[in-house]
Design a binder for this molecule. Structure first.
Ligand code: GDP
Ligand code: MG
Length: 162
């Protein structure tokens, strides 16, 4: 069967929350604990050089959906969610479908943010919400499929163009 839709994602959130690991778990079904992964796939981003410095440009406005990730074992990454949302609304010309992800749910003993807090933040800002573990793959498949399904429903209802 040929591809009928192409849905583009961006994955955002603080450094170290597990964005690359989530992507790798989804695309390759594996987990690597080393911090600087080289996976050759980068959604909506491009490297450029300015003044001999390597700069990463994030392409926001072609993406209809975003995964916004924090680390349940590091409260500061949860505290920064508000400013990530502000970045989204300033830089996107469309209504993003955002799934909030509390990653590293396997770190039970180190948890600093409860699932209820994540849920409450999501409800307050109209986001979908899931807790995941890129390590055990808990909810990773669901996370990517959930936003895909949401965008698909928006297209079907005429709210978005395909
Ligand atoms: P990024 O900066 O958001 O892309 O974060 P990475 O994907 O590079 O992950 C940062 C660190 O967190 C790495 O050391 C990973 O091994 C670790 N990590 C990522 N996801 C998980 C997870 O679900 N559980 C645990 N225990 N560690 C994780
Ligand atoms: Mg990364």
């Amino acid at each position: 069967m040929s591809t009928q839709y192409l849905f583009k994602y961006i994955i955002i959130g603080d450094s170290g929350v597990g964005k690359s690991c989530l992507l790798l778990q989804f695309t390759d079904k594996r987990f690597e604990s080393s911090h600087d992964l080289t996976i050759g796939v980068e959604f909506g981003a491009r490297m450029i050089t300015i003044d001999e410095k390597l700069v990463k440009l994030q392409v926001w406005d072609t993406a209809g959906q975003a995964l916004l990730v924090y680390d349940v074992s590091r409260r500061e990454t949860f505290d920064h969610l508000q400013s990530w949302l502000e970045d989204c609304s300033e830089n996107s010309n469309m209504n993003l479908t955002i799934l909030l992800i509390g990653n590293k749910s396997d770190l039970v003993d180190k948890r600093e943010v409860s699932e209820a807090e994540g849920q409450a933040f999501a409800e307050k800002h109209g986001l979908m919400f899931l807790e995941t573990s890129a390590k055990t793959s808990h909810n990773v498949e669901e996370a990517f499929l959930k936003t895909g399904r949401a965008i698909y429903e928006k297209i079907r209802s005429g709210e978005l163009d395909a």
